[in-house]
Design a protein around this ligand. Structure first.
Ligand code: BES
Ligand code: ZN
Length: 597
């Protein structure tokens, strides 16, 4: 027996799944997916096959020929779930598991109509990364094993299902009042990329290979915001080679979606907080699109190599940004990333093993280890490789990296071996092993400078000495410039300062949530009562963890805002995704205890 991933019971001596056939009915009343999953194995097999499961109700297991297969569910681990061991009779080529998901399935959020834009129909979406696919489908839930899949998803009439797969037809469901959506995913993907969303959805074509889906109330705004997608795909192809996934569609989810975006292949999932009305937040789309190469084509072997997914993708996102908006815009992205990195390193402590690029996650929940470190330390490492090798040589290296490892999953060590083979000497020059295996930021981390960045930080750092930019200058700032300025302002300000900012910049009314939340963090953290209603509105509507964490943390600074936070959380948390609830609870657990007078 040999485990291949600290977060899976997949065993290297057992057969591997190569294809999954899903047949699921979406039951909104019971909050369950009900049906079966057939796992097609790499060849005729016999003996034990260990699958990951979490909270699944297993009804039966049978072979492809219908013979019953003995199975047993192991004890439940709070992080990993349960091992589902099936005993394959000799010659088994496929097993079918009949099952239902639990109403609390970690991968699924079931939304009431009130939590949607249309307020008439319920909504369901999945989020399988990092290790939640097992709460939706019993399978070998590790990025080391790739599967193709087919699916038939039956939903109530009037609702539409989309998946991280190509559409393969629609037909009336077996039960009256239902419709079955068919899907086919012909490219092998890691299981964390299996994805499903169901709701009242409409699509708008953005280019011959791209469409955006959203609720009818939102879809036109989404189509406008992401109209530039084809240009981005073309730029990304110029950097990384042909787009290999046929279509690039996107879905804008209801606001409780806990991430900014998720790179589900052929169907990127997005938060509606990107709909700023000025196309200023499309860097998130550039990021998810870049995952089509870094992450989805070449995949991290396990969550301990997560930087291979995210570090490369942040670097790629900024290269795409650079070709579209120029090097100054990319530098602002690096500056914003630096802030996020500093906050994560501070949260864990500079010596924490979670600040390594290669992590040891045995016994650790990947959702708990999540931070900006793999993203921003990882991207800085890639940028250092690029600077050391030279851009032209590094771009050639990247192409051969993609060609060599496409549709495979690799570890940090396999990456290092490939780097040494293709760019000899570079790993020693940059000190790759220190970057991978030591905590904190190495001294040779690349620095990103531009005139505009220098000016913005100087202005912001002069704030305590009374430096105020001319309002006409501020009016000319792009949204990323304003964001960088706000990020460098003091975290607490007096009332006249806050009034001046609000008067000059009209911040509370902003639709760009990066700017809005940065402002609310400063104003809320300063106990500034005029913004309380907007804070309540944002925290009640939005479930994106990137915003909840700093906003709730800022409210911890004062007794009055702690009370506000507790009151908002009590009312809003039933609508939060489980991940969001957990993050907020952990932030609030660090609040100082109430003063007893
Ligand atoms: N793959 C991630 C989201 C994710 C990571 C979900 C780990 C679950 C576990 C996605 O590509 C991502 O990084 N999203 C960012 C976008 C940002 C870096 C531009 C987000 O959601 O904010
Ligand atoms: Zn990402």
């Amino acid at each position: 027996m040999a485990l291949i991933d600290p977060h899976s019971c997949a065993d290297s001596v057992q057969p591997r799944t190569r294809h999954v056939v899903l047949n699921l009915t979406v039951d909104f009343a019971a909050k369950r997916l009900e049906g079966d999953a057939t796992l097609v194995l790499s060849g005729p097999s016999a003996g034990p096959l260990d699958l990951d499961a979490k909270g699944l109700e297993i009804r039966s297991v049978t072979t492809g020929t219908g013979a019953a297969v003995p199975f047993s569910l192991g004890p439940s681990d709070p992080i990993l779930g349960e091992r589902l061991r099936v005993e394959l009779p000799p010659g088994t080529e496929a097993v079918t598991v009949r099952y239902a998901t639990s109403p609390g399935a970690a991968a699924l959020q079931w939304l009431s109509p009130e939590q949607t834009a249309g307020r008439k129909q319920p909504f369901l979406f999945s989020q399988c990364q990092a290790i939640h696919a097992r709460s939706m489908v019993p399978l070998q839930d590790t990025a080391r094993i790739r599967v193709t899949y087919d699916a038939a998803v039956t939903v109530p009439d009037g609702l539409v299902a989309v998946m991280s797969a190509g559409p393969d037809g629609v037909r009336p469901g077996a039960a009256p009042g239902t419709t079955t959506f068919l899907f086919r995913m012909p490219q092998p993907i890691p299981t964390y990329l299996i994805a499903l969303a169901v709701g009242s959805l409409e699509g708008r074509d953005l280019s011959p290979r791209s469409r955006v889906w959203a609720e009818p109330e939102v879809v036109d705004a989404a189509a406008w915001e992401f109209a530039g997608i084809e240009e981005m795909i073309v730029k990304a192809e110029g950097l990384f080679g042909p787009y290999d996934w046929d279509r690039y569609d996107m879905i804008v989810l209801p606001p409780s979606f806990p991430y900014g975006g998720m790179e589900n292949p052929r169907m990127t999932f997005l938060t509606p907080t990107l709909l700023a009305g000025d196309r200023s937040l499309v860097d998130v789309v550039a990021h998810e699109l870049a995952h089509s190469w870094t992450g989805n084509l070449v995949t991290n072997a396990t969550n301990e190599d997560f930087w291979l997914n995210e570090g490369f993708t942040v670097w790629a996102e900024r290269r795409i940004l650079e070709t579209i908006h120029g090097p100054e815009a990319a530098v602002l992205g690096w500056a914003t990333g630096q802030k996020a990195l500093d906050e994560s390193v501070e949260r864990f402590g500079a010596g924490s093993p979670l600040t390594r690029l290669k992590t040891d996650l045995k016994g650790i929940d990947p959702d708990e280890a999540f931070s900006s470190v793999p993203y921003e330390k990882g991207a800085r490492f890639v940028a250092l490789l690029e600077r050391t090798a030279g851009r032209a040589a590094f771009d050639r290296f990247l192409r051969s990296y993609m060609d060599t490892f496409r549709f495979t999953s690799i570890s940090t060590e396999e990456f290092l071996a490939f780097l040494d083979e293709k760019l000899p000497g570079v790993s020693t020059t940059v000190g790759a092993k220190e970057w991978f295996y030591a905590a904190g930021m190495p001294a040779n981390a690349p620095v990103f400078r531009s005139e505009s960045l220098e000016r913005l930080t100087a202005l912001a750092e002069g704030w305590p000495d009374g430096v105020r930019p001319a309002p006409e200058e501020m009016a000319r700032w792009t949204p990323p410039e304003l964001l960088v300025y706000l990020q460098h302002l003091p975290r607490e300000m007096d009332r006249p300062s806050l009034d001046w900012l609000e008067r000059t910049l009209d911040l509370t009314a902003r639709g760009n949530h990066e700017i809005l939340v940065e402002w609310l963090v400063i104003a809320g953290g300063s106990d500034h009562e005029p913004v309380f209603p907007r804070i309540r509105e944002v925290l009640s509507r939005v479930g994106r963890m990137k915003y909840l964490r700093p906003l709730y943390a800022a409210l911890g600074r004062h007794e009055r805002t702690r009370a506000l936070a507790a009151e908002i959380f009590a009312a809003a948390s039933p609508g939060y995704h489980q991940l969001s609830t957990r993050v907020v609870a952990s932030v609030m657990a660090k609040y100082p205890a109430p003063q007893i007078r």
